[in-house]
Design a protein around this ligand. Structure first.
Ligand code: FES
Length: 189
């Protein structure tokens, strides 16, 4: 009876196994980022853009010049790789027309602490307060924290740019964006 034996010398076999292992590991290491990139490319959720958008929110005439903030929903068309959806809710804003003026202040209605929607209570404080129902942050009508020392929110409400040219034409357009929560004001992109 005969036994088949591997004719390769031991050093050659070791070298072959080392190279094979290197190719397999190298292929796997390269595959992980490739797969992640492919998933990002193919998944429309990842490709959805949250960048800032210029949006008409209201007409100037519809805002009483009394310094009281009014809340408006913000809707926009959303497009991803496969779908286009019209008038999707993307947030909310408060618009405040300063007394006897055409100046408009705009704030994102999300609390910078953890993102809950703030309410404006006209009878709270001296001239009304934005109040967050989640952890009791209070903000003055101009968006500043009532007491920064004790306020759970690490920053004031997030102001949004108002288009001055459109305002002259009687329309309130804002550059809408959502922000990350936390101490720093960073737009979500
Ligand atoms: S989310 Fe507003 S105080 Fe916490």
């Amino acid at each position: 009876m005969t036994h088949e034996t591997d004719p390769s010398p031991p050093d050659e076999r070791r070298s072959f196994l080392t190279k094979a292992a290197a190719i397999i590991i190298g292929g796997f290491v390269g595959f992980v980022p490739f797969a992640a990139g492919l998933a990002t490319f193919l998944d429309p959720v990842f490709r959805k853009s949250n960048a800032s958008k210029a949006l008409k929110i209201a007409s100037l005439d519809s805002l009483p010049a009394d310094g009281v903030p009014r809340q408006f929903p913000v809707v926009s068309d959303q497009t991803d790789a496969w779908n286009q959806n019209s008038n999707q809710p993307i947030g909310a804003v408060y618009l405040r027309r300063l007394p006897d003026s055409e100046m408009i202040e705009a704030f994102n209605a999300a609390c910078p602490h953890a993102g809950c929607a703030v309410d404006f209570k006209p009878n709270a404080g001296e001239a009304g307060l934005f109040q967050c129902p989640c952890h009791k942050s209070d903000f003055k009508p101009d968006g500043a924290r009532l007491d920064p020392e004790t306020c759970p929110s690490p920053r004031d409400l997030d102001p949004l740019p108002v288009d001055a040219e459109k305002l002259k034409q009687g329309e309130v357009w804002i550059e809408f964006m959502n922000f990350q929560t936390g101490p720093e004001r960073k737009p979500i992109t």
